[in-house]
Design a protein around this ligand. Sequence first.
Ligand code: GLU
Length: 482
Amino acid sequence: MSYFEKVRVRVAPSPTGDPHVGTAYVAVFNSAFARQHGGDFILRIEDTDQQRFVRSSEEQIYEGLKWLGLDWDEGPDKGGAMGPYRQSERLSIYKEKSAWLVQQGKAYHCFCSADRLNQVRNEQRQSGLMPGYDGHCRNVSKDEAEQRIARGERFVIRLKTPDEGATSFHDQIRGQIDINNCQLDDQVLVKSDGFPTYHLANVVDDHLMKISHVIRAEEWISSTPKHVLLYEAFGWEMPVFAHLPILRNPDKSKISKRRNPVALNYYRKKGILPEAMVNFLALMGWSFGEDREIFSLDEMSSRFRLEDVHPGGPVFDQVRLSHVNQKYIGGLTEKAFVKFLREEWFSEERLSPLYSLFKDRLESFDQLADKADFYFLGGLDYRQLSLLPKGKSASDLKMMLSGLSELFDGLHDWGEASIQAVMDQHRADIEWKPRDYFMTVRLVITGRKDSPPLAESLTAVGKDMVRFRIRQAAEYVLSSEA
Ligand code: GLU
């Protein structure tokens, strides 16, 4: 009898920033699979990386997935029989599991300093070897380890990985995958701050939450042999693994926030219908057949098979997304069309920033549509504007824009004061005159010289759209220069 009594799948995002389209993509496939098998779809928050953790991000993940209608059966907000579903609340479980591995002689304490590890890696590189841990602490006896821990020495816990042989697993999309064990390090399971690594926490949770099918993005495929070794060390039954292909640009490079809008919220702000987004994501690596492009998640669930996913990188093509969205808009009834406008586009939440932006700038409301165009638009048309301040070159401007975009990316509090502080600091760093600097930002974000106060306008437009426009303006500068 299998350990897994039914199909249970999960999406396990890390709350490290704005929810990514990749999370939604993985959620679509997991959700379709769960629906098809009458299984459970679980949301787990993987928040053990304390350095990258962003508090607001968890809430945004819920919102983004709910917007798409991808509801989960168990999760931190919903509870469930196999919780808690937030990894930071499961630390004692990881501690107990890692202690068991040490006790069984399958894992060990490693006291090597960062300096020593660097030195080992450098030497390995110099002699043309693959850098990795050299097993220095493998033979430290349990007694010695205990004494050193009692003396307060810092340590990590590593898994003893066989030096010889290979680790294999079957990927439901890609078939058999073999990795030589000599390519696998004695992976760290518990870090020196006592927190588990992604590998340990992920495997322990997948097992305890009885996840029967691990359906995740291709970028994790190199971690899977490590996970397989962990399942073996624990003596646990292996789930089915399936790695969905990475989303790519038309030039086949991986989509990334430096080049693409990857924040789910951007698409919501742009006026993509959630059903269209789900449909579009479902087309990434899978097709309905019969040349059908438009289908619902339920229709997808009725015929979806993991084996039918194509491992080749699907193109996350904005033109296709617009086309799918157009079909969905065209298919709306009048009632649904108005409902969307009322609930999403002209919702109270969406309209209320207009109050403080425009209340002292209107003679009559017929001026609003024109003045507030930047608030509702997606991309802007820069052709009628001269973005370049006097005395600055196109490359100065590009540098300025990419620097600003980078700084905004790292800014998690999107309030006026923090936006202003970032801009002030950036301006001072690159030594632009205030007038040149702020007018440029104003033109790029609002497309006009006479917008309401800048930081307030940026807050209202939203971080994802601001970053999109900065990138778009940089591309425009580049193309008009050619
Ligand atoms: N926390 C990982 C992520 O952010 C989960 C990967 C997995 O599904 O195993 O995507």
